[in-house]
Design a protein around this ligand. Sequence first.
Ligand code: PEP
Length: 247
Amino acid sequence: MSRKFCVGGNWKMNGDKKGIQEIVNFLKAGPLDPNVEVIVGCPAPYLEYSKGLLPASISVSAQNCYKVPKGAFTGEISPAMLKDLGVNWVILGHSERRNVFGEDDQLVAEKTAHALEEGLSVIACIGEKLEEREAGKTEEVVYRQTQAIADKIKDWSKVVIAYEPVWAIGTGKTATPQQAQEVHEKLRAWLKAKVSEKVANETRIIYGGSVTAANCKELAKSGDIDGFLVGGASLKPEFVQIVNARQ
Ligand code: PEP
């Protein structure tokens, strides 16, 4: 079973209209490998603006959403609102949501389940902190985070798992291709044992953490790395090279 290579850009809380136009310009100039699914995670106020500028071949994603359709949740956005804007993707459980805003496994799982119920596709982020890796707890942590999601969802066809070791995000410290492949392979085996062989074979597991034009090709060679989630470099023209890492 071949899994379509998938590259997401996570702009985080960066950009303004002028900056987004510049990103759109280099994405349009590409050329982008047509065999790659490309998704860009825009700040919420710019979702519609970005969608209006981007070609239809590039999907727009929110960076977060809440776990219910509507109500008294000041400051939150719902999957229903995203769908209303024509936005079909959301990034959930990013380490900054978990570690800066205190989102726990349970909340991330509830958000994932609700987003899927509303018809969104989800990039579900997991990953260990440096002290957890150093304590030999990487597998325990990523299995726990994935189990919380597995407990709440049945259909994995619209889920992409992003393995993002927290120590590699925005730090310039990329996991080596061996380190990333090892975790991806173990996660796939875990999915096979705990969910199903079909889900293990078909679910894309993408890597995130200081991916750049310089390191993407080596990472992309690993059989279980099905793409990337890219922060800093997604704001720069080198994002095109990252999308094309398998060429
Ligand atoms: C991210 O924000 O998901 C990320 C991986 O960031 P960076 O590429 O900057 O490390």
